[in-house]
Write a protein that binds this ligand. Structure first.
Ligand SMILES: Nc1ncnc2c1ncn2[C@@H]1O[C@H](COP(=O)(O)OP(=O)(O)OP(=O)(O)O)[C@@H](O)[C@H]1O
Ligand SMILES: *[C@@H]1O[C@H](CO)[C@@H](O)[C@H](O)[C@H]1NC(C)=O
Ligand SMILES: *[C@@H]1O[C@H](CO)[C@@H](O)[C@H](O)[C@H]1NC(C)=O
Ligand SMILES: *[C@@H]1O[C@H](CO)[C@@H](O)[C@H](O)[C@H]1NC(C)=O
Ligand SMILES: CC(=O)N[C@H]1CO[C@H](CO)[C@@H](O)[C@@H]1O
Ligand SMILES: [Mg+2]
Length: 424
């Protein structure tokens, strides 16, 4: 049973959920799903037994994926089958739509574009939330001129850019995760941001669920697994609703898999001597921030080349995708010898010292022909490069890299905004 929560007053209620204050938990709310599916702005309304639970599961898995990747979201944790706890936000009344493949309303608004047209970069659109006027599409200029003020934050260029960039990163993370299930994320809509009442930060809020995306299994439109099936029903019969529900269940079964590693990966860090262990620990720590396991071994390619090759064979032999990192001071024999004897990627990360560093580094840079050994000097950058290699196969690693890139971009943007405000 879910733990007891002291539920306070209802703060908001919409078509699909209710928002409750949480007594004793300042800045948090309970988001409760309703057992109802809507399309065409609630013109068609049907209760669907169990829909709330499925939607809840979908939302919580997607938000967990985003959060574990490092994206800032309002989601805190699942509370029950149909409810989760979230940061209390004032919502920015804009729905972002992000498209990879042209379909649906985009085709109507852009005659001549064929279904299946692929957007690279992603196509971004935004809609002002205004039921009375059917949520009109807005340009960036319209949003800027509206000078919306949300939880004390004025939505200006900086905030619009942050939402735009975040939407792209969110889409790409969810897209990458669905690709592991052979599913094409065609588009995502109703991506909404809020301003956290407590932290005053822009965070992804509301929900992402079946209703929020188009998903084509194996990239095939006839295998759509999204709410479009419901929109296209000619007649709402019990059998038809069963099919929609089966589709929903199909997604909710698979959405769990988005959180599981679909490929193993590992860094094997070879050091020439234990005097390099502090440098290696920095690499291991940075690997951990990408969720990458990192094994530390001691071996010298100069003094025990037979052991170096034996250790290499040990890790080549178990089929786990591996990046080798060589940490050797003075003359780095380790990286080049490894690189010349394995088809796996090898990164040298020599612990350079101020006295001989400029001379020593050449033993890592100037290679015999036929070697693809790379050299990265900082331990953190070495781990990042290993993650970029392994992220090609391991979506959870890739998602962390992608979110980290977004967060760096956002903090630069905010630092600049702050500095501009100070110098005024
Ligand atoms: N973390 C949150 N804090 C505060 N309000 C939230 C939070 N998450 C969602 N809301 C708001 O709760 C309200 C109810 O949600 P619901 O999705 O049911 O509304 P709706 O009828 O679909 O209308 P909308 O078009 O605004 O989504 C919405 O206004 C939504 O923005
Ligand atoms: C989002 O950013 C892109 C790239 O900067 C820009 O081309 C696009 O117009 C923006 N979209 C919206 C809806 O603001
Ligand atoms: C993925 O889709 C392809 C292309 O349609 C299909 O041939 C393949 O069998 C699918 N693989 C899996 C694992 O479902
Ligand atoms: C999500 O989409 C799948 C596929 O259509 C559907 O089966 C599932 O019920 C949906 N979940 C919900 C309720 O949003
Ligand atoms: C709907 C759903 O399954 N997601 C969460 C919603 O509530 C249940 C209740 O336990 C959670 O366990 C789910 O993770
Ligand atoms: Mg809504």
């Amino acid at each position: 049973d879910p733990p007891e929560l002291k539920i306070g007053q209802k703060l908001n209620e919409g078509k699909t959920k209710q928002i409750f204050e949480l007594v004793d938990q300042l800045g948090l709310v309970l988001v409760q799903s309703k057992d109802q599916i809507t399309a065409g702005n609630a013109v068609r309304k049907d209760q669907m037994q169990g829909k709330a639970a499925i939607a809840n599961k979908t939302t919580s898995c997607v938000f967990q994926l985003l959060q574990e990747s490092g994206i800032k979201t309002a989601f805190v944790k699942q509370h029950s089958d149909t409810a989760f706890i979230a940061a209390h936000c004032e919502m920015i009344p804009i729905e972002w739509v992000c498209r990879r493949v042209a379909t649906g309303s985009f085709l109507k608004r852009n005659p001549g574009v064929k279904e299946g047209y692929r957007f690279s970069p992603l196509k971004m659109e935004m809609f002002f939330k205004d039921d009375a006027n059917n949520d009109p599409q807005w340009s960036e200029e319209q949003l800027l001129e509206a000078k919306l003020c949300v939880a004390g934050l004025t939505i200006g260029q900086c905030e619009v850019d942050i939402m735009n960039r975040s939407t792209v990163a969110i889409f790409e993370i969810v897209e990458k995760a669905w690709a592991t299930q052979n599913c094409t994320l065609v588009d995502m809509k109703v991506i909404e941001f809020g301003v956290s009442v407590k932290s005053r930060e822009i965070v992804l809020a509301d929900v992402i669920d079946n209703d929020s995306w188009r998903l084509w299994s194996a990239g095939d439109r006839s295998q759509q697994k999204d709410k479009q099936v419901y929109r296209e029903l000619k007649e709402v019969t019990p059998e038809a609703m069963q099919m929609v529900k089966r589709n929903f269940e199909w997604v909710s079964e698979r959405v769990k898999l988005l959180l599981e590693p679909q490929a193993s990966s590992r860094v094997v860090l070879l050091m020439g001597s234990t005097s390099d262990v502090a440098h290696c620990e920095k690499i291991r720590k940075a690997c951990a921030s990408y969720g990458l396991p990192c094994v530390l071994r001691v071996t010298s390619a100069h003094k025990g080349p037979d052991e170096t090759l034996r250790i290499k064979a040990e890790y080549e032999g178990d089929g786990v995708p591996t990046v080798f990192v060589a940490v050797a001071g003075r003359s780095n024999g380790l990286g080049p010898v490894m690189s010349g004897n394995t088809a796996y990627p090898v990164i040298s990360c020599p612990p350079l010292t101020p006295d001989w560093g400029p001379q020593d580094v050449w033993s890592s840079l100037r290679m015999p022909s036929g070697l693809g050994c790379s050299t990265v000097l900082s331990p953190e950058a070495c781990a990042q490069f290993a993650a970029q290699i392994l992220g090609l196969r391991d979506h959870l690693v890739w998602c962390k890299l992608r979110a980290s890139m977004l967060n760096t971009w956002v903090s630069l943007k905010l630092a600049d905004k702050k500095l501009q405000a100070c110098s005024l």
